[in-house]
Design a protein around this ligand. Structure first.
Ligand code: PMP
Length: 403
């Protein structure tokens, strides 16, 4: 296999929670936080804290400016035409539930269908099942290619006018396979369907431009992008958001309230009931600054080199079966024949290598792969070749122990 030169990002020193000699390889679950993000959070609570949108006093007005500056930063980061199309949510899970309830739940009727893929995270399956049950919708599932990509040829054959929505992962959280999103959008739109992309694993490792992709909804979580937990983004086309009813009722999402009749604020406020995660939003802003300071192209080259190194070395171990395509983005799933992935992860942990083992919230994918679980190593800007070598040494040890 061609081994691209590892781009020496060498960002480990930015991450106060990663001790020397610990190979943290679980970024697909959640990324560690760089000092600028930790500092932004500390400063927000320790120096500049106040509520947003309501206060007349200067501190609150300043916080509101910072909060809305973060919204513009997010819009710029994902190429959204307007910051009003950026809705702050708790994470990708809430973003998808919001679209399921407020778009699918109100626009789709009995007989309409939703098209998903076999590799979706449960958060891009269950919300659609819930609305399908309520509204009498059908669900269909696009199969995978032999190397673990969403099979767009199959999707093109399957899609019908009854399909009103397609919802797909931009990058698989298990296999790292990257969707040809432009083609998926073309296929969906040619059939008259809207398309939501789950960008959780894409935004930390690929430059994303929702306008160029042409999709209708895009969601991601802040905590996988080196930002805080509890904050995420739903981007939606303005004409779609404008036509959607509120998600939750409460403060901030209204225009005027009376017992006779309440009217709602325009998006994005309509979808942001209650006091928002103010500090989370500021932390997300700092995370985007951090990631763009390195550059997503540089991150992509770096992670591609780590994936190549890992797949090459793990592939030489007889008992290892690699899953997913060779050009997966930042994520390598594998099984060691005859060894439960939990045992693999436990033995690796003894060697100070942290990986994830389990079904990764993708049980239908596990079934399609014919496994109960996988071991998954996933990479970030703090990882280097030494982490991969520690992983490989650990898996060799597993192989010897169970050999
Ligand atoms: N989709 C994908 C592809 C994911 O990797 C995850 C997180 N593992 C989610 C959705 C859900 O994200 P969250 O739990 O942050 O809402």
């Amino acid at each position: 296999m061609l081994m691209p030169d590892a781009a020496p990002l060498d960002r480990l020193a930015d991450f106060p929670a990663i001790p020397e000699g610990w190979a943290y390889l679980d970024t697909a679950a959640t990324a560690q936080k760089p000092a600028p993000v930790v500092d932004a959070i500390t400063r927000a609570y320790g120096e500049t804290y106040a509520t947003v949108h309501r206060g007349v006093y200067q501190r609150s007005a300043d916080m509101t400016l910072a909060f809305e500056a973060a919204r513009r930063r997010v819009a710029g980061f994902i190429g959204a035409p307007s910051p009003d199309e950026v809705v702050f949510v708790r994470g990708a899970t809430e973003g998808i539930n919001l679209v399921a309830q407020c778009w699918a739940g109100t626009q789709l009727k009995a007989g309409d269908r939703i098209l998903l893929s076999m590799l979706e995270h449960h958060s891009n399956i269950v919300p659609w099942q819930m609305v399908a049950e309520r509204n009498g919708l059908g669900l269909d599932v696009v199969p995978l290619t032999a190397d673990g990509r969403i099979d767009l040829d199959a999707m093109e054959r399957m899609i019908r006018p009854e399909h009103k929505l397609v919802a797909l992962a931009h990058v698989s959280n298990v296999l790292g396979s990257v969707l040809d999103a432009e083609r998926a959008v073309r296929i969906a739109h040619a059939a008259g369907a809207k398309i939501l992309l789950d960008g959780c694993q894409a935004v930390p490792r690929l430059a994303v431009d929702v306008a160029a992709l042409g999709c209708d909804f895009y969601v991601f979580s802040g905590h996988k992008l080196y930002g805080p937990t509890g904050i995420g983004v739903l981007w939606g086309r303005s004409e779609l958001l404008d036509a959607m009813p509120p998600y939750q009722g409460g403060g901030s999402m209204i225009d005027k309230v009376s017992f006779a009749r309440t009217t709602y604020a325009p998006p994005p406020g309509r979808f942001e009931a209650g006091t928002p995660h103010i500090v989370g939003v500021l932390g997300l802003h700092a995370a985007i600054d951090y990631v763009e300071g390195i550059g997503l192209d540089a991150i992509h080259v770096h992670e591609t080199a780590l994936v190549a190194r890992a797949r090459d070395a793990l592939g030489r171990i007889n008992s290892v079966r690699l899953l997913g395509p060779d050009d997966s983005a930042g994520i390598v799933s594998f099984v060691v024949e005859g060894v439960h992935p939990h045992d693999v992860a436990t033995i690796l942990d003894e060697g100070r290598v942290a990986i994830r083992a389990g079904h990764h919230c993708a049980q239908p994918l596990m079934e399609a792969l014919g496994v109960e679980a996988t071991a998954r190593a996933s990479f970030g800007v703090y990882n280097g070749p030494a982490d991969i070598d520690a992983l490989v040494r650990g898996v060799e040890r597993v192989s010897r122990i169970f050999g």
